[in-house]
Design a protein around this ligand. Sequence first.
Ligand code: ADP
Ligand code: MG
Length: 701
Amino acid sequence: MPRHRRASAWKRRSSERRLKKVWLTEPVNSLKGIGKEAAKSLENLGVRTVGDLVMMFPYRHEDNRLKDLAETPHEERVTIEGRVESEPSVFFSGKNRSRLQIRLLAGHHLVKAVFFNQHYLKHRLTPGMTVTVTGKWDRGRQTINVSSFKEGPKQTGEDFEPVYSLKGGMHQKTIRRYIRAALDAVSGELPDPMPAELLEQYKLPGIAEALEGMHFPRDAEHVKHARRRFVYEEFLGYQLKMQAIKKVRKEAGKGTELHYDLDRLKVFIDSLPFELTGAQKRVVNELCAELKEPVRMNRLLQGDVGSGKTAVAAIALYAAITAGAQGALMAPTEILAEQHAQTLADWLEPFGVRIALLSGSTKAKARRIILEKLAEGEIDLVIGTHALIQPDVNFKKLGLVITDEQHRFGVQQRRILKEKGGDPDVLFMTATPIPRTLAITAFGEMDVSILDEMPAGRQPIETYWTKREALPAVLKRMGRELQEGRQAYVICPLIEESDKLDVQNAVDMYEQIRQYFGGRFNVGLMHGRLHPDDKEAVMREFSEGGLHALVSTTVVEVGVNVPNATFMVISDAERFGLAQLHQLRGRVGRGAHKSYCVLLADPKTEIGKERMQSMTETTDGFRLAEKDLELRGPGDFFGKRQSGMPDFKVADPVHDYRALETARRDAERLIASEAFWNGPEYETLRTVIEQSGVLSDERID
Ligand code: ADP
Ligand code: MG
């Protein structure tokens, strides 16, 4: 069927013709024109049913609208309509290689159109005929390098051409034919999962109209509104699930009520070596309020590097302990666990809190004793790595679990830890400033607390970006810092495939730096291959000031706190993500002295350059995270495997963040309403939730 008739075709068909009813769940080969072979190649694309087929959306639409060449930039793809003004001339440059050229009059422009390896068109192109060509515009040569060609004037309804992500030799034309067949078969039979109320509120097209808009758009508006609808629909479905999980958790109310001792808590807070920031106070209040509730806490604490999450954790843990429960703090690395144990022991042991450190390197005998005491309730607070979630670790009464840098834990680990002690409250802390948009999606079912204020008196870290060959000059500057009694980090990148190379990198850098300073300063070396004891020894020496500079792979990335360190060099910085660079940089600027960070990088791409540039421009972790997300996409931000990010078909949490927020608000409202749980118009949406299994309390996030 010629496409210009398609525009209004589906409406006509649905009212005038009688069609065989084909349901969305039927296999694709129930459609006319799709046989066994076709069904097989569709299956390769993950398409089995008619429903899969109509919901297989193009990843973009080519803009085929006619453009004025005078306004078309060089190298841009453009579609024009023109009259053939010359006989085609053909040049052969090899067996199957040819170049066919004609003159075209497009509006007032006389231009050349060049076709590569299509000499057979010679007989179809005759002077005086009108053609429509699409191709790349070479402004200097006034030439279009044709990529697609049609006889005759441009048809209406072809302005936006969907482009599908295909493989296995399937053609765009073929898939469109299949989709057309599917849409024709189901039109008029499509139940709309979205209630009319919401469609009306946001002026969104109904399902059939929207599907046409995605696959066979009439014009720009048609695509736009179709996309708008599916973006909202996807977000709403997702948010409904998240809100349903929250509701179930809150109503189950199985968490322990921790009635902490406010007076003792106040004394403890007063004993800290600093006054809490306003944000810390607010978050402490949020946490304490929730500890008292019978609801199981499932909360994310976001706070930029250095915002003082440890103190908040200590206060919450102490609160749980004064309520007669035990607490656990889990860190992603041994070094960090040890440091936390040290800090918390300094703060809490004076209050009689019994603390133990349990890590992979705890000796068997010591470990056995700790396990016994945990089970007997003779240890109040245990701090450790994932050694905490081994099967033989049991608690007497685990009340609160805090995990630091939660995105580093797998879903599985989180689950096990929760299962340890009945139903402990759980707080996830992260210094990776998760962009709001992402926090809503990735952690939509969690409550979120934010530490958005830095302790007073911090000076911003000055950041520079320079070529790698400038290392000697950078070391010279570093020497001045060391001379003044400060300390420095030099970070070498993680090379993914090989930690051997990693180590080599760090060793080379270490040698180079030692040579440069020629014994004037003590330089240490730290990398993942060192024995845990040696790592600890090096780290301790650095934090006690015995080492002036520390060359390290990214093992110092999270949490490490050496306030006297004021200078950081990050080698091959382009290999890191922005979020990670920000984390690393956060190791300096933790004390009273001004701090510096130098990025050594020779990025090859524009995006790479932009990333380095943004590091020098801001120290705001949230802004960097947004930037990172924009430049790299959500999958990369968390790492695909653990991201927990849903796979949206159309929606993009960054680009469409407004719709995401709207959907979240609507989901909250719907989940709380009677109508949603009983009204027939919400049935399909309810089914989405029911089928996902989130309503059974079995599910653990
Ligand atoms: P992060 O949020 O990155 O884990 P930390 O908890 O390690 O940050 O805190 C960073 C530094 O700031 C530590 O040295 C800590 O003792 C200090 N600190 C925390 N809260 C305050 C505060 N309210 N005032 C001053 N210093 C603080
Ligand atoms: Mg920390």
